[in-house]
Design a protein around this ligand. Structure first.
Ligand code: ATP
Ligand code: MG
Length: 238
């Protein structure tokens, strides 16, 4: 569903991502783990069209979207949950949901996401519908950021550190949700500095070190024995 080939990208002529290949099939979770500054957000922003790649291609559902503007890539079926959630401080939950809802695209995708379907998945947002962004807890803000992305009925979901700063019980809830969404057919690219949370729900785990892929491991094998993933991460510690 998402296919990234030979991708290089950076800022002001400097290269951050080097020749990256990565696939996320429909109905699966691909986790990319890497330390701070490894290039995780750069990767997510390049896929989402917020940054133009220097080389390489990005395909969504077989369509080449390389270098397209962000709104076109969103329309091609890519939803972004940005690092730090970026909810609007002064808008209520209900207003966020109303603004984010997009009529479903004609072609492809599964069952479209309506406000009701999002509230069924994330009932806490229904309970908080009149609260403003600043009045929400970190976990609630993360759920709202997720709701906003889902309301575009994406086929590919990009999650940039969705568990950052959350209490362990919420981390578990968010990762369970990620698994549920993949189970419904979404292709999920999850980036995180935490090998533990990546391993919890991923089908494939890629280790990113200074913008390069330095290990690629099978999710179920990592769940059985995480030693190899921890070793790959420790080897890249700085
Ligand atoms: N807007 C920018 N302009 C110039 N350099 C940038 C910009 N954003 C990121 N960088 C640099 O690119 C590199 C990768 O940053 P990136 O934000 O992709 O890392 P990350 O893996 O997401 O880190 P974190 O875990 O802290 O979120 C870093 O060296 C960073 O300083
Ligand atoms: Mg980042």
């Amino acid at each position: 569903m998402l296919r990234i080939s030979g991708l290089s990208a950076g800022y002001h002529g400097g290269t951050v991502l080097h020749d990256l290949d990565l696939d996320v099939p429909e109905g699966s979770v691909h986790a990319v783990v890497g330390h701070n500054g490894a290039g995780k957000t750069t990767l997510v922003h390049t896929v989402a069209g917020l940054l133009r790649p220097a080389t390489g291609t990005v395909e969504v559902a077989g369509r080449d979207v390389t270098g397209r503007p962000a709104h076109r890539i969103a329309r091609a079926g890519v939803g972004l949950v940005p690092q730090g959630r970026r909810v609007f401080a002064r808008l209520t939950v209900a207003e966020h949901i109303r603004l984010a809802h997009r009529p479903p695209r004609a072609a492809g995708g599964g069952r479209p996401w309506t406000p009701q379907r999002v509230l069924d998945l994330l009932p806490r947002l229904g309970e908080r519908s009149t609260h403003r962004g600043t009045d929400l807890s970190g976990g609630e803000q993360q759920m709202l950021a997720l709701a906003r992305a889902l309301l575009g009925s994406p086929r590919v979901l990009l999650l940039d550190e969705p568990t950052e700063g959350l209490a362990p019980v919420l981390v578990g809830q968010i990762l369970d949700l990620v698994g549920t969404l993949a189970g419904e057919g979404l292709a999920v690219l999850l980036v995180s500095p935490s090998p533990a949370s990546a391993a919890q729900c991923a089908d494939t785990v890629t280790v990113l070190t200074s913008g390069r892929v330095t290990a690629r491991l099978d999710g179920p094998a990592v769940r059985k024995d995480p030693a190899e993933l921890y070793e790959a991460m420790a080897l890249t510690a700085h």
